[in-house]
Each structure stands twice: as structure tokens, then as C-alpha cells.
Design a protein around this ligand. Structure first.
Ligand SMILES: [Zn+2]
Length: 207
């Protein structure tokens, strides 16, 4: 079995064993898309959005998968809705990506909502994790949660709610589901990889 097929199998199992974990469905969708299984990927992103309806990046990827699966009209509908969600939440990158796709498809790009969402009191901190639900309420951690570069990056870009979601909940599920042995180098690397994926640090190559 190829490495990709193996990871798809891992995440299929995780999505089946823990069906309300949006992270599992989201990653499964990304892996299926990577494997060219666009109709299957779309199903995983749809499930992600049922659990987490404000996950703007999932709208973007669902729209892309639907397009590649030849479902243009449905893609336009999803991207239009996703654009509005991303706009309201202030998720700049997914919003720009969906706006660009809508333009390429010749579909109207929704008018941004009144900028009221950007005014008013807030913490002034923006969490950069795709799928963060905190918006203006996002608060940074008081100190880096890890004693390395990732820890510094987390404190600068990830809100405390997202970190706690990972640290107190999802990380434990990942360890259990994937039976990671954290005393081994392999287990530690896998753990770090899942943590980075959850936090949206995929652009950072593994050291
Ligand atoms: Zn957050």
C-alpha cells in the first residue's frame, strides 16, 4: 500500500471511530483530494461542515473538489456561501481563494458585509488556525506552550481556545487512534505532524 493510501486508511478509521471529530473528516478530505478522489473528498468536506459550519477553509476545499468532480453548479453554490462565511469571520486567505474561483467561474462574488465585524471591541488578536471559531474573541496564550520554535509560532498566531482544543482533546485522540508511542522518535514526529496540520502549519517542512 502506498504511503498516501495508508494515511487515507488511517483517517478513514479515525473518521469512523470518532465521527464527530471535524479534524478527522477534514484531513481525510484533503488526503482523498491529494489522491485525486474528488467525489469522495467532497463527502468528507461536507461532513466537516455539518459538524463545523463556520469552517471556511472546508468550504474552499469542498468547492475545489466539486469542481474537479464536474459539479460546477454545486461548487458555485458552496463557494458563494463559503465566501460569505469567510468574510464574516475575517478569514482572509480562504475568502480570497473562493473569490478568485468564483470569478474564474464567471459567478458573482458576494458583496462583503458591512465592515461592522471589524469594528467594536475585540482582543485585537487574530487566530490564524483554519477553522478557528473565536473570531474577535480570540486571545493569545500568555506564554509559548512549547519550548521551541513551534511554541513561539503558536503563541504568535494561534489562540488559546485552539491550543486547548488540540492539547486537551484532539492530541489525546490522535495518540489513541493512531496508537502513537511518544517515547519513540517516529511517534514524536507523527505527533508533531498532526499538531502542525491541526494548527495550519502545513507550510513548515518537517525538520
Ligand atoms: Zn483559534
Amino acid at each position: 500500500m502506498s504511503q498516501l493510501a495508508e494515511r487515507i486508511a488511517q483517517f478513514r478509521k479515525m473518521a469512523a471511530d470518532d465521527p464527530d471529530n471535524e479534524l478527522g473528516h477534514f484531513r481525510l478530505g484533503q488526503l482523498l483530494a491529494e489522491d485525486g478522489q474528488h467525489a469522495e473528498a467532497a463527502k468528507s468536506f461536507e461532513r466537516t461542515l455539518e459538524i463545523s459550519p463556520e469552517f471556511s477553509k472546508a468550504f474552499q476545499l469542498l468547492g475545489e473538489s466539486l469542481l474537479k468532480a464536474g459539479q460546477r453548479d454545486k461548487a458555485v453554490e458552496v463557494l458563494t456561501r463559503g465566501y460569505t462565511v469567510a468574510d464574516e469571520r475575517g478569514d482572509r486567505l480562504p475568502k480570497e481563494a473562493m473569490g478568485k474561483l468564483l470569478k474564474e467561474l464567471g459567478a458573482p462574488v458576494p458583496q462583503p458585509a458591512a465592515t461592522a465585524a471589524d469594528d467594536g471591541p475585540g482582543t485585537g488578536f487574530r487566530c490564524q488556525r483554519p477553522g478557528c471559531m473565536e473570531g474577535k474573541r480570540a486571545k493569545p496564550l500568555p506564554a509559548p506552550p512549547l519550548p521551541d520554535d513551534d511554541g513561539v509560532r503558536i503563541q504568535q498566531t494561534i489562540c488559546s481556545a485552539c491550543w486547548n482544543l488540540w492539547f486537551k482533546d484532539l492530541s489525546i485522540k490522535v495518540i489513541n487512534e493512531l496508537r502513537l508511542d511518544l517515547s519513540s522518535e517516529f511517534g514524536q514526529q507523527e505527533y508533531d505532524r498532526h499538531m502542525r496540520e491541526f494548527l495550519g502549519f502545513e507550510d513548515q517542512p518537517n525538520k
